[in-house]
Design a protein around this ligand. Structure first.
Ligand SMILES: *Cc1c(COP(=O)(O)O)cnc(C)c1O
Length: 483
């Protein structure tokens, strides 16, 4: 043993018993809030940690005495930490509007109210109020969505209502999987080699096809695929042509792919279903914000493939879900698949999705946060940056304003960049990654990015009513003890 250390036995004797700790006033005060076994478990763990530290030779009588004196406090803290929720709101200052790691689309107030109304009590989720008999849950979305699509595309609502049907499942990956499995199990599905993509979070088109029990027939090459390639690949066992929107990457240069309309013509001639995995769910035009490319649910719907799959929480701006739109007879077969039951969504999703679609129907799509964020003019963001710059005023921080590009994200429009402005922070003592980490430790945590040795906070994805919260968090993060 080293000189000056106290024998472990002597230190162990300083540790109080479990019961003594539980009788400390701090813990007695917690007794009505937390069950005793919980408090005892946390206390036991704290005492065990102290014993390990003694064995490791970390403690002197003095340091151990401090630890023992603070046990009431440390057990209280550990109990509260163990029992707090881990899923918390954050401020997204990345400028990525559909950030999959940050929960994609924030919901509109209307969608939130609809969730509250339905969640609080019972609802007519699967109950027909006219007849008093069992109803279909898709009825809460199908007529409304088809009406909106018919208005937005100018197609007669009676025709749309008769020929199309809609199913809602857990996400777009589930919609694609369910459609393939319901309609083409055991048969061949044609997919261009340029569309055998991975969309993120492990969604790989070839894997989904295999798991759905269909036979993937690759056609064309990575960069060029023609209608003739599809036509030549057709056999007696071919059932479907699948078109997958490339989502999160873009091919440039010597590339070619047939228009969806050409595939639809071929499908009609060869009696094959044409299924487009559209992805974004976009129901507005992005022309006015200067975004030209990209796939839109409206364009896809206009061309009338047999089936379309889209996400609810990308550019549609609703809750996480997958929409499967298609020919009524095909959707009947999809709904007859036992997997539909396994992939269906709950009443909260119908409530939020219905309210979101209603905002489009009422031409109030600006109430949907994603739509609003897409349309914010850069000048508004510059003015907010200036106001915040004046407010932050922390002596360790240099705050400037930088022009940046926001991106849409979420695997939607890989190239689209929206002009935006960011607060650019440099700390006199902290490194940029140190400051980034300090921002993440705030309540609410602030998520930003580093570029050219500065921490950038893009205001496009921060709701204006949270600017004060953001400036407070920045000031706090700048002050906290240096690393
Ligand atoms: C995003 C996307 C998916 C996956 O959608 P989830 O709703 O996340 O399951 C599938 N296909 C395309 C084309 C996409 O863009």
């Amino acid at each position: 043993m080293m000189h000056g250390q106290t024998a472990p036995d002597q230190l162990f004797s300083l540790l109080p018993s479990l019961d003594e700790v539980l009788r400390r006033p701090e813990l007695l005060a917690l007794a009505d809030q937390y069950p005793r076994p919980m408090l005892a478990g946390v206390t036991r763990a704290e005492l065990a940690r102290a014993r390990t530290e003694i064995v490791q030779g970390i403690h002197t009588v003095e340091t151990l005495q401090v630890l023992v004196d603070n046990l009431g406090e440390s057990v209280t803290r550990a109990t509260k930490e163990a029992l707090c929720g881990t899923l918390v709101p954050v401020l997204n200052a990345t400028g990525v509007i559909l950030h999959t790691n940050l929960g994609r689309a924030p919901l509109s107030e209307e969608a939130l109210r609809a969730i509250l109304d339905v969640a609080r009590g019972y609802s007519n989720l699967e109950f027909n109020l006219e007849t008093g008999t069992r109803g279909r849950r898709d009825q809460h979305v199908e007529p409304l969505l088809l009406r909106v699509l018919s208005w937005l595309t100018g197609q007669p609502v009676e025709v749309v209502g008769k020929s199309w049907s809609v199913a809602v499942v857990n996400n777009c990956a589930a919609a694609t999987f369910l459609a393939l499995n319901s309609l083409a199990e055991g048969a061949e599905v044609l997919v261009s080699r340029g569309e055998l993509v991975e969309i993120g979070g492990g969604f790989r088109v070839p894997d989904i096809l295999r798991k759905a029990g269909v036979i993937l027939r690759e056609v064309g090459t990575t960069n060029r695929t023609r209608v003739a390639d599809y036509a030549e690949a057709i056999t007696g066992n071919t059932r479907m042509i699948l078109r997958v929107h490339q989502s999160n990457f873009k091919m440039e240069g010597f590339t070619e792919k047939p228009a969806l309309s050409e595939l639809i013509d071929l499908g009609k001639r060869a009696d094959l279903m044409v299924f487009e995995d559209q992805g974004t769910g976009l129901l507005i035009s992005l022309d006015s914000i200067g975004v030209k490319e990209g796939s839109s649910l409206l364009d896809s719907f206009r061309q009338t493939p047999d089936l379309i799959a889209a996400s609810g929480d990308k550019l549609l701006g609703g809750p996480q879900c997958g929409l499967l739109l298609g020919r009524r007879d095909l959707l009947d077969r999809v709904r007859a698949n036992p997997l539909y039951r396994a992939l269906r969504v709950d009443k909260l999703t119908y409530a939020a999705l219905g309210a979101t679609i209603l905002s489009y129907a009422l031409h109030q799509e600006e109430s949907i946060p994603t739509v609003r964020m897409l349309r914010i003019p850069a000048d508004d963001l510059r003015r907010r940056c200036e106001a915040l710059q004046g407010e932050i005023d922390a002596n360790l921080l240099e705050v400037s304003i930088a022009p940046v590009k926001s991106v849409i994200g979420g695997g939607t429009t890989p190239d689209a960049a929206l002009n935006s402005f960011a607060l650019s922070l440099r700390h006199r003592l902290k490194t940029p990654s140190g400051l980034l980490a300090a921002l993440r430790l705030q309540t609410p945590p602030v998520i930003a990015r580093v570029q050219d040795d500065c921490v950038l906070l893009d205001l496009r994805t921060v709701p204006p009513e949270q600017d004060r919260l953001l400036s407070g968090a920045i000031r706090n993060a700048a002050q906290e003890d240096r690393e």
